[in-house]
Design a protein around this ligand. Sequence first.
Ligand code: C2E
Ligand code: MG
Ligand code: MG
Ligand code: MG
Length: 276
Amino acid sequence: RAKEEGRNTYRFYTAGMNARSRELLLLEGGLRQALDQDEFIVYYQPQFDLLSGALVGSEALLRWQHPQLGMISPLDFIPMAEETGLIVAIGNWVLKSACLQNQLWQERAGRPLQVAVNMSARQFRHADLLQDVVAALQESGLSPDLLELEITESILMADVEQAIEVMRQLTVQGIHFAIDDFGTGYSSLNYLRRFPISNLKIDRSFVQDVTTDPNAAAIAQSIVMLAHNLNLQVVAEGVETAEQADFLRSVGCNLVQGFFFGRPASAVEFERLYFK
Ligand code: C2E
Ligand code: MG
Ligand code: MG
Ligand code: MG
């Protein structure tokens, strides 16, 4: 059975069990130190306007450069950071770093660039959120309307009224919101119209199948239409081929992000690629 689930699963069951639990322990202990010892790094993935091809900004994506284990994906440590509550401090660090970096790039580019930062559930519900976001903007000098916070449907739906109130306080400051991984959660369309959002991000799972699965194509197109009818912009995430980009352009998708256009890169690499 494990073998049927794929190679990684197979390896996990046969040889990996002890190594994996040791690894988890190592991760948990390390998480606390990582913040103090500067082991976290923010990568940036470019977002482009699909019609003009212009760089419009980036999404900040957290990485952990672990001294023993090497580069660790956020998928492997964010759940634990969330569980321990450390995600609030880590997320705040990402927010500050991303605002500072974006402001630098903007001055360099001589035109507005936006930056998107992912919010965790706990960070979004934390009482200091507004104050932390305002501080990050003030310290960096970044204009609030160039900061976008990405929230998933499940975070929004956990407590709709509270989510609306938090978002309202932040949008009053000029900050924008995007719903991340749209289409994979369970948000009701009736609530969707109540959230003060400006962007929907079509989940990668639809995008990767738009050229091979008519249903995925229909869903992607419907999300674009829904978004436009609600006066929202649409970002497609995980665009890996020219064919996918062509399809998305044909249905009027506004922005794209994906390996075809640019992988997440360190700030140094991002600069080399886009500001030369
Ligand atoms: P996400 O916000 O949906 O970010 C998009 C993910 O898709 C990123 O994975 C990105 O590297 C990957 N991706 C982008 N283009 C492509 C593509 O063309 N093909 C494929 N296969 N993948 C692509 P990453 O960086 O591993 O991040 C995974 C998730 O971790 C993010 O999903 C987000 O939910 C979370 N995350 C990342 N940074 C942060 C953070 O600072 N705070 C919080 N709370 N969560 C974060
Ligand atoms: Mg995101
Ligand atoms: Mg996403
Ligand atoms: Mg996603």
